[in-house]
Design a protein around this ligand. Structure first.
Ligand code: PEP
Ligand code: MN
Length: 338
């Protein structure tokens, strides 16, 4: 159920609602919007509860949430969520651009990447320090040393650091250095990890599992929201299909579909979504045209030398051209990009 408070409701009235929700044995989650505050009451929805809550001071109405994902749904919050950290903004008429290598490999490589993507107009720096690799023999990442290099790159450039956390026991460590915690596709249904990042105050970039349905994707986001962190962005990074001309199949219809279901911003990853550098630019343009709130793009100073995902990484000059194209598309639909 959603308890919708009146526009003029005071914070004391919100507290009374929260206490009542808790005393009914339901879980409360306060969602503060620009216009008004709503309290999500999650648990057994009995009729009596609806009446009790409706009669509290400052309450406008109490409505059931039909979607299985309660806090993520547009029913709970109709205004789009805008996420900001450092200069990175996702949503609210702005397409945030996160760029950088698949993995942090060395100081020279990450500093050069950071300077080049910043100069091209990105506001977020990606780079994996803990890498989920298909083979145990492939490069696994520089771990804490990689996190330190990312923090140094932020120090110099001001770019927000976006990096993956793979296990609950690493959340505190990664959160110590990162601005955005990425949950990888392979971990989308690692519920303990979702709960652990839900207890932080970082922005969470949740990637869609490669075989996950939209409901499973939104319910994974719900785990993070339910744990108390409202700063979640959804990342479509492509799904497994029978098709093999691209690494994954990138469904851009996910963008308008998700916007019809949730207030959370939607980010597109055309690098993993296609697996081919030559396809990245057109997919960035198409994603913006389809209403994406952000892009995450792999860029490497020397793609042919990359320790991971070189084939899908743009070189810095191509990234400059991609950004130029993105700016033209964004201005045609009146949104900002970068
Ligand atoms: C990545 O961003 O480098 C990555 C491993 O992505 P995904 O989890 O989407 O495969
Ligand atoms: Mn990668």
């Amino acid at each position: 159920m959603i308890v919708v408070l009146k526009k003029e409701a005071t914070s004391e009235m919100v507290t009374v609602v929260v206490n009542k929700v808790d005393s009914l044995g339901l879980r409360s989650n306060v969602i503060v919007g620009d216009e008004r505050t709503v309290v999500a009451a999650i648990g057994d929805e009995r009729n009596g509860h609806q009446e009790t809550l409706s009669s509290l001071p400052g309450v406008e109405k109490v409505v059931p949430i039909l979607a299985p994902y309660k806090i993520a749904s547009l029913e709970a919050k109709s205004e789009p969520t805008v996420l900001k950290t450092h200069d990175l903004t996702l949503g609210g008429g702005h397409v945030g651009v996160i760029a950088g290598p698949c993995s942090v490999e060395s100081e020279t490589q990450i500093m050069e990447s950071a300077r080049r993507v910043k100069a091209a107009g990105a506001t977020g720096l990606r780079g994996g320090a803990f890498k989920p690799r298909t083979s145990p023999y492939a490069f696994q990442g520089l771990k804490e040393e990689g996190l330190k290099l990312l923090a140094a790159a932020r120090e110099e450039t001001g770019l927000a650091v976006v990096t993956e956390v793979m296990t609950p026991s690493d959340v505190a460590l990664v959160a110590n250095y990162a601005d955005v915690l990425q949950i990888g596709a392979r971990n989308m249904q690692n519920y303990q990890l979702l709960q652990a990042v839900g207890e932080t105050d970082k922005v969470i970039l949740l990637k869609r599992g490669m075989s996950a349905t939209m409901d499973e994707f939104l319910l994974a986001a719900e785990y993070i929201l339910d744990a108390g962190n409202q700063r979640v962005a959804l990342c479509e990074r492509g799904v497994r299909t029978f098709e093999s001309h691209t690494r994954f199949t990138l469904p851009l219809a996910s963008i308008p579909f998700l916007h019809e279901r949730t207030h959370l911003p939607v980010v597109i990853d055309p690098s993993h979504g296609t697996g081919k550098a030559s396809l990245v630019s057109p997919m960035c343009a198409a994603a913006i045209a389809a209403g994406a709130d952000g892009l995450i793009v792999e860029v490497h100073p020397e793609p042919s030398e990359a320790l991971s995902d070189g084939a899908q990484s743009l070189d810095p000059d191509t990234f400059v051209e991609t950004m130029e194209l993105c700016k033209r598309v964004a201005s045609a639909i009146n949104v900002g990009v970068g």
